[in-house]
Design a protein around this ligand. Structure first.
Ligand SMILES: Cc1cc2nc3c(=O)[nH]c(=O)nc-3n(C[C@H](O)[C@H](O)[C@H](O)COP(=O)(O)O)c2cc1C
Length: 168
């Protein structure tokens, strides 16, 4: 089968990571995939902040959770997607960029998972300038990336009845 289709059909969310950091060239490819995602009216209203510094990740965890829990499953790399505040396509553009990054990560043998905590908190999403999010932007998606610990999850069996064909 076509490689891209195979990757789309086998990608899963990964929630357990080794401590090994991902390679710089892989991070660059994942971010390149993000910047080339389709976006409303080609405004590219986004910014991508890749955090790999353990101390910064620890501080972010503390700010978000206020506990020792890791909302990003202790992944070694966390990518914050932020969008210019007020952009009409913030949700759509975020989803396209996140999907491109998840697929790129999978194609490179990495695991990833969308971590909802920041983008679900309207106050928090606009308070992260000290974490590399530009002023005037809000965090709309967060992706944990790393090498999967243990076996990669099996392909998901999708819900039935979600497709309608109308053919002549
Ligand atoms: C908008 C969105 C938010 C998500 N938030 C979280 C999250 O906060 N934590 C988490 O572990 N997974 C999160 N996920 C991953 C979903 O749980 C996962 O995609 C879904 O269960 C399907 O599994 P799969 O990705 O392995 O196919 C999120 C996914 C999306 C698209």
């Amino acid at each position: 089968m076509n490689t891209i289709i195979t990757h789309i059909l086998t990608r899963r969310s990964v929630r357990s990571f080794t401590e090994e950091q991902i390679r710089d060239e892989d991070l660059d490819l994942i971010l390149q995939a993000a910047t080339l995602a389709p976006n409303g009216m080609n405004q590219e209203p986004w910014h991508f902040t890749a955090i790999q510094d353990p101390e910064t990740l620890r501080k972010l965890e503390e700010k978000v959770d206020g506990t020792a829990d890791s909302f990003f499953y202790h992944a070694p790399t966390l990518i914050l997607v932020s969008i210019e505040i007020g952009n009409a396509y913030e949700k759509e553009d975020t989803a396209c960029a996140m999907t491109n990054m998840m697929q790129a990560a999978h194609a490179l043998g990495l695991g990833s998972v969308w971590c909802n905590r920041i983008n679900h908190d309207p106050k928090l999403g606009v308070q992260l300038s000290s974490f590399g999010v530009p002023e005037g932007y809000k965090v709309t998606g967060t992706l944990a990336v790393g090498y999967p610990k243990g076996a990669y999850p099996s392909p998901r069996i999708p819900k039935q009845g979600t497709i309608t064909y109308i053919r002549s």
